[in-house]
Design a protein around this ligand. Structure first.
Ligand code: PMP
Length: 434
């Protein structure tokens, strides 16, 4: 892989750490540099050395429609040609995109577009604080909400390593809150109704927002236990706190209306990114008319030069149209299930304890037979060593996904039966070696 290696050496001279957002992730000593990509189409990508991969990384999730979706790409080209690159000015395309998102997601009445999931979460948290007049935010171990402000954490890199000056307010993945944040942030164990009920009984009237991934796709893929999201909804309502669903990963993923449609729970505010733009960089924060009231009346200014730019609005509008095709999600969930069950069966045949968590198009393979209910279970039972071996054997067989156990395998809405067959064949060979 000489071409990738050469580009990495060149990148390091002008791009600190090398190119690509995943380049600095721990690579378990195996890959000295990232693969540089030459081309992507549908479910496949090719690197600069000419190797082809079936892609289950999908840019960490955004390529919900695979690479270079023709309809979305064309819509973006058309919009830029027709509208130019106006920033900050209104045009009908923004209304069109907003209307389609609102129509797709059950709890939404209004939505605003922005540039990244981190910005969307920051907006939602500040809006909840402004609306309730309270400061305290409750969040959960193992959830990721971006790298900004009070919700920052990292599970890969010690956020404190560079010292407090580099990250003024980092929060680690696990339990514990830095001293200066104690009156503004509480971190609880997830899927644990007792600790949540106890906290709300004691301090519920101080809570501005409860911020949660509705299913935890940043610690593998952990689904809420029956009744858990209902409890979050009920107790936030009782205490006048806002419930924020961070649907940056789950939004539009396995159901058009996201996890809130799938689990039947309506939050006050929701954040989106990744899938909402079909691979183009766009995020959004939306909610009920009441939850968005301070934005509407100008009390809370949702700033951002690039918010709702032409590329974003065109990408969202076209992506929403594609996702409205009947039968699309059913077909893909079935495909994802076939892959997940196939991987479990292959592990079983080879005497490797393993099971899959997740939903159809987004899942994780855990090399343990212990149940994974939350971050603590995952931290205790994940076999990173086995996962790494398996990952290595899969990459050389042309199947790409995230090198870390805690991250997801994403199946796009354009993966095919042939992709799954090929992947299972590779997995069978790989698992024998593992
Ligand atoms: N929330 C969740 C649930 C995420 O998974 C992510 C990104 N992985 C973010 C927020 C942050 O989004 P971004 O990387 O676009 O800032």
């Amino acid at each position: 892989t000489a071409a990738s290696a050469a580009l990495f050496e060149r990148a390091k001279r002008s791009v600190p750490g090398g190119a690509g957002s995943t380049a600095r992730l721990p690579r378990n000593g195996w890959e000295p540099y990232p693969l540089f990509i030459a081309d992507g189409e549908g479910s496949r990508i090719r690197d600069v050395d000419g190797h082809e991969y079936i892609d289950y990384l999908l840019g960490l999730g955004p390529m919900i429609l695979g690479h270079r979706h023709p309809g979305v790409t064309q819509a973006v080209v058309d919009a830029v040609r027709d509208l130019g690159t106006c920033f900050g000015l209104p045009y009908e395309l923004e209304i069109e995109a907003a209307e389609k998102v609102v129509a797709a997601v059950p709890s939404l009445e209004q939505v605003r577009f922005t540039n990244s999931g981190s910005e969307a979460v920051g907006t939602a948290v500040r809006l909840a604080r402004a609306t309730t007049g309270r400061r305290l935010v409750v969040r959960f171990e193992g959830h990721y909400h971006g790298w900004q402000d009070t919700v920052y954490w990292s599970n890969h890199v010690d956020p404190h390593r560079a010292g407090p000056a580099a990250h003024p307010r980092p929060v680690a993945m696990g339990p514990g809150v830095p001293a200066e944040l104690e009156d503004t942030l509480i971190v609880l164990s997830w899927n644990d109704p007792e600790s949540f009920a106890a906290l709300m009984a004691e301090r519920g009237d101080e809570v501005a927002a409860v911020l949660t991934e509705p299913a935890v796709f940043n610690t593998g893929c952990i689904l809420p236990e029956p009744g858990y999201l209902e409890l979050l909804r009920e107790l936030t309502r009782t205490h006048g706190a806002m419930l924020i669903f961070d649907e940056v990963i789950t939004g539009f993923r396995f159901a058009r209306g996201g996890a809130q449609e799938w689990f039947g729970i309506d939050p006050d505010l929701t954040t989106f990114a990744k899938g909402i733009g079909g691979g183009f960089p766009v995020a959004a924060v939306g909610g009920t008319r009441e939850a968005m009231r301070l934005v509407a009346d100008g009390t809370y200014s949702h700033s951002g030069t690039y918010n709702a730019n032409v590329v974003q609005c065109a990408a969202v509008s076209a992506t929403m149209d594609v996702l409205a095709q009947p039968g699309l999600y059913e077909r893909q969930r079935a495909l994802g299930d076939r892959l997940a069950r196939g991987l479990e069966a292959i592990a079983d045949e080879n005497g490797v304890p393993a099971h899959v968590t997740g939903i159809g198009t987004v899942f994780q393979l855990w090399f343990t037979d212990r149940e994974i209910r939350n971050w603590r279970d995952a931290a205790a039972h994940a076999r990173e060593d086995v996962f790494t071996r398996w990952y290595q054997e899969m990459v050389v067989r042309g199947v790409l996904f995230h090198p870390l156990q805690f991250e997801n395998l994403f199946v796009s809405l354009v993966h095919t039966d042939a992709d799954i067959d090929e992947t299972l064949n590779a997995a069978s060979d790989a698992m024998r070696v593992v």
